[in-house]
Design a protein around this ligand. Structure first.
Ligand code: J2J
Length: 541
């Protein structure tokens, strides 16, 4: 193994100085704060998941065991490690163990399958994969074998549960003396995955300094302190439940993290009652479902102080319905794994909480709203949201093409969102300029799915668009022109699934058409085509 240089995310010196001087970047690291909490909050409960409970001291011990065990396998600090877990007890100790050993977690979602894992492994140049033997009936050891066959550089597979020929997570052991000093606070702590607005998902390098700032400041905004109990109801690897303020914010505060195995009320409500949960983050469809279920529930939900809603647009009527049914505060959250997070504040006027998606965390979040030519729009008009700031990346990992498209010359990230700014800096999300589908918070790239459909021998052309959906907010619809005989819709759906993709990417609906029906002369862009099809579909309903 050649020693790897720590991955860095580079801000120009003047920004580094500014963010340090302002006290945003304090030189803390993930392992550094976890060690401190293990000392200060040793016997307090850090994590509850299923039957497992960890105190802060136990979580740190487990992190050291896992970290030392991984180094004993031959992994070297700086190595990238794919991590794939549902909301199970192993997930957080594994991530903490990777931090402790200076290894770089690459968060994948439990739904990801071979095609996605191969892409992440190659892009990240990963040398290990850690997962559970099974999750929701799916055998991840089979996936591990296929991944190893495609990307042999993934030399180590570590399995929670029956490991078969792989390394058992429970049996990991190594010399604690081999554990490294804490990393450079400006080095990359992990790679998060992007929503994938164009093509395949990109990897998002987040540093210790920038990420810790984002969840430390989020704690303040969301009222998370040592007495808080944060419930992870969405998949824990998502940026929202991880960092806004999420389980990392909760651990930073010395609070208690409770993992719900799934987002349903049957799983979450008993946990809220038993653990006296104070805060939870949900996507809009779940929030509405929870609010309805809460009315009829026999569970005591009175401990809940804040329900955060984000990941997709919460329309004002839905926000109003939530406000009317909930006995706790509603907080809108508009964030992105690339950085910028906006919150409505807990003391904001009701109108702001209902109408807006909040305002940025930091006084140094530089928000620009521009027209198609990049010129600032008049105050109050809608335009493209660009952002630069102390916890927004300056570039994706290992992706020059995406970086050229997604960042301006002076380092602003093009979010792809279309927003309007209200007085006080509050943002209202009006739509987006990129063609992805936001399916109840899961982002799906139209282009990625079209490519898979086009690989089917019976498909002449395909366009995937988002369609308004009463429950999901948006669903995906594939418009398909068949070559000769039309395949059945179920066959195309099966085709996409069997291409090794997450189930949420399978088109919800397939509509066969003879032509896309664009009358414009000459070539229309894919974007115009998708807009046309979406309109046609919606008006024909
Ligand atoms: C409309 N669109 C929203 C909202 C995100 C906190 C909360 C969410 C995410 C997240 C996150 C929205 N209204 N309230 O990382 O830390 C859409 C936007 C945005 C994209 C980012 C966090 N909240 N969105 O959802 O990286 O289009 O992060 O650019 O998954 O989700 O998606 P993602």
């Amino acid at each position: 193994h050649a020693a790897r240089l720590p991955l860095r995310q580079v801000w120009p010196d003047e920004f580094v100085e500014r963010y340090r001087a302002a006290g945003y970047w304090r030189g803390e690291t993930m392992p550094g704060f976890l060690r401190e909490r293990a000392r200060e909050c040793a016997d307090r409960t850090a994590l509850v998941a299923g039957d497992a409970r960890y105190t802060y001291a136990e979580l740190w011990q487990e992190a050291e065991r896992i970290g030392a065990g991984l180094l004993a396998l031959g992994l070297t600090p700086g190595d990238r490690v794919l991590v794939q877990f549902g909301n199970v007890a192993e997930f957080i100790p594994v991530v903490c163990g990777l931090f402790r050993a200076g290894l770089i977690p690459v968060y994948t979602l439990p739904a990801h399958r071979l095609t996605e894992l191969v892409h992440f492994a190659r892009k990240a140049e990963a040398s290990a994969y850690i997962t559970a033997a099974r999750h929701e009936g799916f055998d991840h050891r089979t996936l591990a074998r296929a991944l190893r066959a495609e990307v042999p550089a993934v030399a180590n597979v570590i399995i929670a549960g029956d490991a078969e020929e792989f390394t058992s997570l429970a049996a990991l052991a190594g010399d604690h003396q081999a554990l490294p000093d804490d990393p450079d606070p400006q080095s990359v702590a992990f790679l998060q995955i992007s929503g994938g607005s164009t093509g395949l998902s990109k990897l998002i390098p987040r540093t210790h300094d920038d990420y810790i700032y984002s969840f430390r400041a989020s704690n303040e905004i969301c009222g998370i302190d040592r007495e808080s109990v944060y419930l992870v109801a969405l998949p824990a690897a998502h940026n929202f439940p991880a960092s806004s303020p999420g389980w990392l914010g909760a651990l930073y505060a010395g609070a208690r993290v409770v993992l719900s195995p799934g987002p349903g009320t049957a799983q979450a409500f008993p946990l809220i009652e038993a653990e006296r949960v104070t805060c939870v983050g949900l996507v809009p469809p779940l929030a509405l479902l929870w609010a309805d279920a809460a009315k009829a529930s026999s569970h005591d939900l009175s401990s809940l102080q804040v329900m955060q809603v984000g990941g997709a647009k919460l329309v004002p009527e839905a926000a109003r319905r939530l406000k009317e049914t909930l006995d706790c505060q509603l907080q809108q959250v508009f964030g992105m794994a690339e950085g910028l997070v906006n919150y409505t504040r807990l003391d904001d006027r009701e109108e702001i909480v209902l109408q807006s998606q909040g305002r940025p965390i930091s006084p140094d979040d530089e928000v620009l709203i521009v027209d198609d030519h990049g010129d600032l729009v008049p105050e109050g008009s809608a335009g493209h949201l660009l952002v630069r700031g102390p916890y927004t990346i300056r570039g994706y990992h290992n992706d020059d093409g995406a970086n050229a498209r997604s960042f301006t010359d002076d380092g602003f990230y093009r979010t792809g969102d279309v927003v309007q700014r209200l007085a006080g800096g509050y943002l209202v999300v009006q739509g987006r300029a990129t063609d992805h589908i936001n399916r109840a918070g899961e982002k799906i790239s139209a282009e990625e799915i079209e490519d898979h459909l086009l690989a089917h021998p019976a498909v002449f052309d395909a366009a995937v668009v988002s369609i308004p959906d009463a429950y999901l907010g948006e669903r995906s619809c594939a418009f398909v022109i068949a070559r000769a005989e039309r395949p059945r819709a179920v066959e195309l759906k099966r085709w996409v699934r069997e291409r090794g993709l997450a189930a949420f990417k399978v088109p919800d609906q397939v509509v066969f058409v003879d032509a896309f029906g664009t009358t414009a002369v000459g070539k229309v862009s894919r974007r115009e085509l998708r807009a046309h099809l979406r309109e046609r579909f919606v008006t024909e309903q």
